[in-house]
Design a protein around this ligand. Structure first.
Ligand SMILES: *Cc1c(COP(=O)(O)O)cnc(C)c1O
Length: 823
């Protein structure tokens, strides 16, 4: 690769690395705990890179501490997120440091290949899906753009569960990702804070309210360093680990009550224990609320300590620091900041509130009302009594203001109150975390144009009427370093050869690739790269699943969390329809197709698990039918995660982005695929729309009802049966599932799935089926003309320049995090 910027770094960093690696490798060998030499080399390489990065970290922090004291100075951004889906770190660090070649040579001397060592690294999967991966892409952009920043998260012992498949069913296993150690982390011995829970609030002699927590935990910082690729800046992900302040109750211990003696310790461990494996809210679980409060309190104490250490006046805190809430999971932040400013720093309410409002901003990630986080007031009383008082006070002031602005509108007040009063017929009082986030923020944004528009028209319509100036859009993006440069070296090299390598830093430069779309030779080279990537994936499928797939078939890919709204089921219905059509007419000129699906279902999500099982049942029947051959295959790849995505996406011809219009907030998977030259079959939803506008809707396979049509059809009384009755093909597909054609005659296995499709069909699969299948036929026709296909694929790549996370972060800085945005 001819990346001039990083090769400039290579020469300076290389001798350092050579020495560091050699020392770390010797040390690893000396300690050898029966590990393979590849595992030892991985540890040594990580340790060596970490040393280089640790120096850069210190430099970065020193630079940031010296930014000007006031005026239009850049604010430091504190990105609070319960999830960071980082994936592997070594190949990214090597690329950033320009050290792949050096390490490759060092490893060769030990008889090892770089690829083998890279594959050893477990994914850091401290997130569920898109929201967590977005946070990870943002950290990369923070470093690349040199933005003073901290990502804040929790150091979960167990990340996203590992998915295995037994008899076609998902089985979850714990993800013990640190069992071989955590070579990337830097433990910050000095950085510790106390976080309280429970207890009561007292009025002290001076009339100040004081919280006396019943339980105290200690938060210890572990830093994960994320390097820039084109400078020596790094960004930091600071993850908190809980421990008991008094790990042992000595009195209980002496009385022989060991369980009681270890109680605090067990409680602290529980806090770090596990990432809640759900991609929507986990309402009602006390441990989750404790995790959220712990993240928020430790992070804000850290921010405050740094602000004061830098010698800046307290009243400047909001102008010098941005606190961003990645969804409502860290929504306690405003309450905690108020507590710190009022109770610990002695500020008055108005001053504290002004600072808080300047600092806080919030991104919403979902429109589904049932996914909006709320917590029982009762739980707050027990765990966070002082925060509850502060939330009541915020609410009281907010509602008083509204009473003056909108006299007599009690309905509005009840709808927007931070407290859901429940109903007279039951339902307890609850705290609405989205309401708290909006009221305490100076900016609220959605993650794609359509989503931001629907957000102010539907779930947040009342707040948008009250605070119209707060609501904005910032469309998501992905980092081109991981998702093109590292995941797809062959395509990267092809692009470099045509337009140079500057796109890594400024993805908008991909637009220069546009003329290459009409260059047939470039198109052939593009297809050759794709073919090689497909070959590699086919080998992996053979090795892992024992299944032979044809790399010349169309690779039709849907990988993402399994969710009804994402409609993997619609994809499977199409596979069944195609299977039946092939059986009916095996001699027709079929475009061979391999459908690949991957994704995890939340462990308690019955319908999603049933979809996984159906994919396996249909795959078993289709893949073993000799009449079908390689005209059609359905493959489910287990244990979807960042690393698997990095191998699958470069090999995709077709990207399935088929959510019901109005349900997918943005999607980022859609962006990764198009950036790697897959064409999209997609609904007019989320960021699909902006992608289509960027490279031309004629270069995307758009289908299905649009948002307004979905709403209209629902309003008129949607009856899915009408669609089944008028479409023989659909009727046959439904009949085959219901009759047990894929479940060995078992008619019960998919009864619930079939009933829900024929009953309410909330996500309108029946309504969209016909257009989907017709559009898939257009896909076949284009794929049969490789030149035309390549042309559109290259136009997709060329049009993706705007979807870089660097652009997204530049917009956040401009509209949300800059001093200017404070008005
Ligand atoms: C990008 C990504 C996602 C998000 O995918 P969507 O298709 O946008 O839902 C989820 N998980 C992983 C591992 C990813 O890399």
């Amino acid at each position: 690769m001819n990346d001039s910027a990083s090769s400039a770094l290579t020469s300076s960093a290389s001798p350092e690395l050579r020495a560091a690696f050699a020392a770390a490798y010797r040390e690893a060998q000396r300690q050898n705990l029966g590990q393979s030499s590849a595992a030892l080399a991985l540890r040594a390489a990580a340790t060596a890179c970490r040393q280089v990065l640790a120096e850069r970290w210190a430099q970065t922090q020193a630079q940031d501490a010296q930014r000007p004291a006031s005026g239009e100075a850049v604010r430091r951004v504190h990105y609070l997120s319960m999830e960071f889906l980082m994936g592997r770190a070594l190949s990214n660090a090597l690329a950033a440091l320009g050290l792949q070649g050096d390490l490759q040579a060092l490893l060769a001397a030990e008889g090892l290949s770089l690829g083998e060592v890279l594959e050893r690294e477990p994914d850091a999967a401290l997130g569920n899906g898109g929201l967590g991966r977005l946070a990870a892409c943002f950290l990369d952009s923070f470093a690349e753009l040199g933005l003073p920043s901290f990502g804040y998260g929790l150091r979960y012992q167990y990340g996203m569960f590992a998915q295995a498949i037994q008899d076609g069913r998902q089985v979850e296993a714990p993800d013990d990702w640190m069992r071989l150690g955590a070579p990337w982390e830097v433990r910050r011995e000095q950085v510790r804070y106390r976080v309280g829970f429970g207890g009561r609030v007292e009025l002290d002699a001076g009339g100040q309210r004081r919280w006396l927590p019943a339980e105290l935990l200690e938060a210890q910082a572990f830093d994960f360093i994320v390097p820039a690729h084109h400078s020596e800046r790094v960004s930091t992900l600071r993850q908190w680990q809980a421990s008991a302040v008094a790990p042992i109750d000595f009195k209980a211990f002496c009385q022989g009550d060991y369980a009681a003696a270890a109680r605090h310790r067990v409680a602290a461990d529980a806090l770090n224990w596990v990432l809640y494996p759900d991609d929507s809210s986990e309402s009602g679980r006390e441990l989750r609320l404790k995790q959220e409060a712990f993240l928020v309190s430790a992070s804000l104490q850290d921010l405050l300590a740094r602000h004061l250490t830098e010698g800046a006046p307290l009243h400047e805190l909001g102008r010098r620091n941005a606190i961003h809430l990645n969804d409502t999971h860290p929504a306690l932040a405003p309450a905690e900041l108020m507590r710190l400013l009022l109770d610990e720093q002695g500020l008055g309410w108005d001053e504290a509130w002004a600072i808080t409002r300047q600092a806080v901003s919030y991104t919403n990630h979902t429109l589904m009302p049932e996914a909006l986080e709320t917590w029982p007031v009762r739980m707050f009383e027990a765990l966070l009594p002082r925060h509850l008082e502060i939330i009541y006070e915020i609410n009281h002031r907010f509602l008083s203001e509204l009473r003056q602005r909108f006299p007599g509108d009690e309905g509005l007040l009840a709808r927007v109150s931070l407290i859901d009063e429940g109903s007279p017929f039951g339902g307890e009082r609850r705290v609405r975390m989205a309401a708290l986030s909006i009221v305490a923020s100076h900016r609220v944004n959605g993650v794609a144009a359509l989503h931001s528009e629907l957000m102010v028209q539907t779930i947040f319509a009342d707040y948008a009427a009250i605070f119209p100036e707060r609501f904005h859009n910032v469309t998501n993006g992905v980092t081109p370093r991981r998702w093109l440069q590292q995941a797809n070296p062959a395509l990267s090299a092809l692009i470099d050869g045509r337009i140079g390598s500057a796109w890594r830093q400024d993805l908008a430069g991909l637009a220069q690739l546009k003329p290459a779309a009409d260059d047939a030779e470039f198109g052939r080279q593009f297809m050759a790269v794709k073919r090689a990537n497909k070959q590699r994936l086919a080998e992996r499928v053979r090795a892992e699943l024992g299944l032979v797939i044809n790399p010349d078939s169309l690779f039709d890919v849907q990988i993402k969390r399994i969710h009804e709204y994402k409609r993997q089921l619609l994809n499977i219905l199409h596979v069944i329809a195609r299977y039946q059509a092939i059986i009916a007419n095996p001699q027709a000129n079929w475009t061979p197709r391999t459908v690949l699906i991957a994704g995890k279902a939340a462990s308690a999500y019955v319908a999603a698990k049933s979809i996984i099982q159906l994919a396996h049942d249909v795959g078993r029947v289709v893949n073993s039918d000799p009449r079908v051959g390689d005209k059609l295959k359905l493959v489910f790849l287990p244990n979807y995660g960042v690393s698997l995505a990095e191998t699958i996406i470069p090999a995709a011809d077709l990207s399935e982005q088929i959510s019901t219009a109005g349900t997918e907030a943005s999607g980022t998977g859609n962006m990764k695929f198009a950036l790697n030259g897959a064409l999209t079959i997609g609904t007019w939803d989320g960021a699909n729309i902006e992608m289509a506008e960027a490279f031309g809707p004629e270069n995307m396979f758009c289908f299905g009802l649009r948002t307004e049509a979905v709403a209209q059809m629902k309003a008129l009384g949607y009856d899915p049966r009408l669609f089944v009755e008028e479409n023989r093909q659909l009727a046959q597909v439904m009949e085959a599932i219901a009759s047990g054609a894929f479940s060995g005659g078992d008619r019960e296995r998919y009864r619930a799935l079939v009933d829900s499709l024929l009953g309410r069909d909330v996500y309108m699969l029946m309504a969209d089926f016909k257009d989907y299948v017709a559009t898939q036929a257009r896909v076949d026709a284009l794929f049969a003309q490789p030149e035309a296909w390549a042309r559109q694929a290259v136009l997709n790549v060329a049009g993706m320049g705007w979807f870089s996370a660097d652009r997204t972060i530049t917009e956040y800085v401009d509209r949300v995090w800059s001093v200017k945005s404070l008005g």
